[in-house]
Design a protein around this ligand. Sequence first.
Ligand SMILES: Cc1cc2nc3c(=O)[nH]c(=O)nc-3n(C[C@H](O)[C@H](O)[C@H](O)COP(=O)(O)OP(=O)(O)OC[C@H]3O[C@@H](n4cnc5c(N)ncnc54)[C@H](O)[C@@H]3O)c2cc1C
Length: 377
Amino acid sequence: MKETVVIGGGPAGAAAAILLARAGRDVTVLERNSGPAHKVCGDFLSAAALQRLAQLGIDPMELRPARINAVRLIHGNKAAARPLPFPGIGLSRRALDEALLREAARSGADVVRGHTVRAVSTGGSSIDVDGGPLAGSVLLSTGKHDVRGARRAAGRGPFIGFKTYLALSRAQAEALRGYVEIVLYGGGYAGLQLTEANAATLCLLIRPDQVAPMASWEGLLDWLRAACPHLAIRLAGSQAMLPRPLAVYGMPYGWVNRPVPSDHPRLFRLGDQAGVIPSFTGQGVTIALFTAKLAAQAILSGWDAWNYHRALRAEVGALIRRTNRLHRLLSCAAAQRVLALGCQFCPAVLGLAEAWTRSTGMRRHYSSSTELAHPWT
Ligand SMILES: Cc1cc2nc3c(=O)[nH]c(=O)nc-3n(C[C@H](O)[C@H](O)[C@H](O)COP(=O)(O)OP(=O)(O)OC[C@H]3O[C@@H](n4cnc5c(N)ncnc54)[C@H](O)[C@@H]3O)c2cc1C
């Protein structure tokens, strides 16, 4: 019987596998993608994520990311910019996730690619994955995708997320360099930034009723160009780098897992399976890595999943709920206009919004150079 099975080899699952394997645990990672794959993600890595990656022994700078020092908020013909207090990077998820999985294998985890888990079942004290019983824990880290028998108690959100890569014209790539741009448009927003090899990530949220009249991705891009003069300028002369965009629907932004005593004691939810922070914050990977650290600490100390989930909720629940309120404002056409005006006349408003998206709780854990005792002891 396997000891610990990690379902899903994204940032949360791979990071947990690294930590558990290094501690001598028998860990198997089951990842459905058989090789490197693109993911719907804005590709922004915050300073906190970089710090956590460094603690895992991964240096993303070796992957030649784009450095991001500032944020620019755009609405119509208004723009406001501000330096980030802690610089981040633009790195494709394809490159990041592969680096993490490689490190998991190097650390001793058994990484199985091309394996899609169909079901998890729990009964009494037993737990099994696709009918195979386990002696140890299951770390559910399948991101946006629920697994039969262990679905999240989360509703579906109203947005479709699209992502593509573009080769911008040289002048536009230079104008974008160093910035993450957040472009607001009626009812949604887009993120644009450079990643490695100067590929620009365009990631956007839009409601299905807005997309419905557009017959194609090109139609959606035309609509965006008309709605946002800034995007029209950025995208002029650009070349698509993917044959078609990636899409995901119904992200339950603002949801945080609420543990109950009847939860299975050996089923640990990680990353987006534990809580979903709105995309604009660029903190999803940070939280995924944080959940990996907490879960590994909990398992190594013999804590059950309920205690882990309670600790996690205490650490990130307020941040996720707070940023979700800001996300709702950003997605409301009237509030977008007020926010853009506020930021234009008083750029400090942008700083306030940025500060709102950071967690004092997690920073406590990240800022220590030594491994921390359990945050909940
Ligand atoms: C539009 C959008 C933009 C975003 N932008 C950013 C950003 O710029 N910066 C940021 O930090 N965060 C961003 N996020 C959030 C970030 O993408 C997620 O929070 C993060 O990917 C969560 O990591 P994870 O490991 O939990 O899940 P994932 O990264 O989704 O990884 C899950 C893994 O599980 C695998 N899997 C799924 N089902 C199965 C199965 N049944 N069996 C086996 N394997 C399975 C998948 O193939 C995948 O590799 C964004 C999210 C969206 C939707």
